[in-house]
Design a protein around this ligand. Structure first.
Ligand code: C5P
Length: 216
């Protein structure tokens, strides 16, 4: 193998892209990077230091010092950090700094699975496979709500369905509407709408798309 094999997965919050990415990485024995965690780590550093979320100099310093091997999902998964991450993510120099590290991760042999918002469009435009995973806002809110019920509401988010739905729509607007690297499918991405699918069905579809790309 001389070229890294890269699977790029994009989509909005709670679309199922994280679960699919982890399953694909395990199936193809590839390292996985959840790039959302990198934006969350920067947001976390700013929140901890008490600096405003739009202080680009401090945010870029935080972005330079993150360690991709030490992103702690348990710490970073909380709702407030996700919200802060989507504000930090509009700053161009923060993105440039993180994208550089994400590209290096992807382009190391044997390749990798990366998921986020701009993987197929910006981070890995030459990826062998691109998936755009989506689901209706209502279905994504329902999944989040169920997840929170199962975790016993320890995540710091209101477990009200309507609140979750409003938050999801706001986050979509912010991620799709920003000037730099907005969330959108790459032209050559395979669209996977999981609104009517359970995770096993979605995984089977994703698997067949990746296998086809391997043969190409
Ligand atoms: O996927 P997750 O919810 O962890 O991402 C948190 C936020 O980080 C997103 O709402 C988005 O604003 C930002 N993000 C991004 N580009 C990525 C991954 C995440 O802008 N590749």
């Amino acid at each position: 193998m001389t070229q890294p094999f890269i699977i790029a997965i994009d989509g909005p919050a709670a679309s199922g892209k994280g679960t699919l990415s982890r399953k694909l990485a395990a199936r193809f024995d590839l390292p996985h990077l959840d790039t959302g965690l990198t934006y969350r780590a920067v947001a976390h550093a700013l929140l901890e230091s008490g600096k405003p979320l739009d202080d680009e100099d401090v945010a870029v310093d935080a972005a330079k010092s993150i360690d991709l091997g030490k992103l702690d999902r348990n710490v970073l998964a909380v709702h407030t950090i996700g919200e802060a991450a989507s504000k930090v993510a509009i700053m161009p120099y923060v993105r440039v700094t993180l994208v550089e590290q994400q590209k290096a991760f992807a382009n190391t042999l044997p390749g990798a699975v990366l998921d986020g918002r701009d993987i197929g469009t910006v981070v890995c435009p030459d990826a062998q496979v691109k998936l755009y995973v989506t689901a209706s806002p209502q279905e994504r809110a329902r999944r989040r709500w169920l997840e929170i019920q199962e975790r016993g509401n320890l995540s710091g988010i209101e477990a009200e369905y309507e609140t979750i739905l409003t938050d999801i729509k706001k986050r979509d607007e912010r991620d799709m509407g920003r000037a730099d690297s907005p969330l959108k499918p790459a032209e050559d991405a395979h669209l996977l709408d999981t609104s009517q699918m359970d995770i096993e069905t979605a995984f089977a579809k994703a698997l067949s798309i990746v296998k086809q790309a391997q043969l190409a």
